[in-house]
Design a protein around this ligand. Sequence first.
Ligand code: NAD
Ligand code: MG
Length: 353
Amino acid sequence: MKRVALLGATGSIGRQAIEIVEAHPGLELCAAASGSTPLDGVDAPLKQVGGDLVELLERAQPDVVLNAVVGFAGIHATLWALERGVDLALANKESLVAAGELALAALERGGGRILPVDSEHSALFQCLEGREPDQVDTLVLTGSGGPFRGRSRDELADVTAEQALAHPTWRMGPKITVDSATLANKGLEVIEAHFLFGIPYERIEVAIQPTSIVHSLVRFRDGAALAHLGYPDMRVPISYALTYPERAATPLPPLDLTALTLEFEAPDPETFPMLALAREAGLRGGTAPCAFNAANEVAVAAFLEGRLPFLGIPEVVGETLAAVDGAPARDLGDLLEADREARSLAERGVAIA
Ligand code: NAD
Ligand code: MG
């Protein structure tokens, strides 16, 4: 029996994870946590609403931590699992983006594994399995392009939170849905892929594939490319991470090839500057990705609350990145400080925007 600690149990990923655990006789929840939503109806011996996730994990001693918390708040749980060599099924990309090198050092010390839950990274993980790094030419992360694909910058000046929350292919929590509309999500995913797979930024590309059937692909040095296809349904990567390497059955129908359209386009850098800002933060390294993430979290929250226009999101993030030094993170304290500083700079940016 594999004992799963599910953090973020009331969210979009959390609820789908419960469905996967309930359907699989080899999986059980040993702990479940949420930020503030009650855990009514969640069947787990240890339950916690709010509070310290590390304390909960210490009590639960899980075989695998499914970190489906949203945002930087997931960082302590990510580092806890990595440091102890406990399998980390990672949906909470913000923690890996922010912690970067520190997370990899903890992974090395702990000797465990990161099993990506993010669909693109699950796809890449599967395409890369058993390959040596020197065989890889490029990683290509795909994205739907979000609800505003094809629009010009000017056309986005007045878009509302409601419009940004209408994602064409995935049903997700509000923060990642806005990130998909700005392409900040793809930017976070470029950084996530860099740390997960050790590929330099110049060899990680982004392609728009509007129907979200191709979940990512790897180009190899011999000219072959391996792609991962499937319906856009997070139960597949959640199940893969929780049952790896077994690949358990899910209720999804087989892919119907005759009903597919597979077109690709390049992302529009003028309309979606968050992608370039994320790359810039990744290339600067140190605490720059942490600052990018923090500023984005602040800007997205302000946009959802009607305190910042849509185009203010890249503005605030760009100004914050320009103002921080991106010094190296020697320990968690440095990261917490970089996160705090970027948040306060971004809040100031929101106030004057
Ligand atoms: P959501 O908003 O639906 O759910 C977030 C969950 O985190 C909730 O259960 C909430 O209570 C919990 N939470 C928030 N702050 C917390 C805290 N301080 N302590 C404990 N719990 C806390 O979000 P989501 O869409 O499920 O996304 C979760 C994570 O997975 C994000 O990092 C997101 O980027 C990633 N992800 C989501 C999807 C998706 O399809 N939803 C796909 C890929 C990656
Ligand atoms: Mg993704």
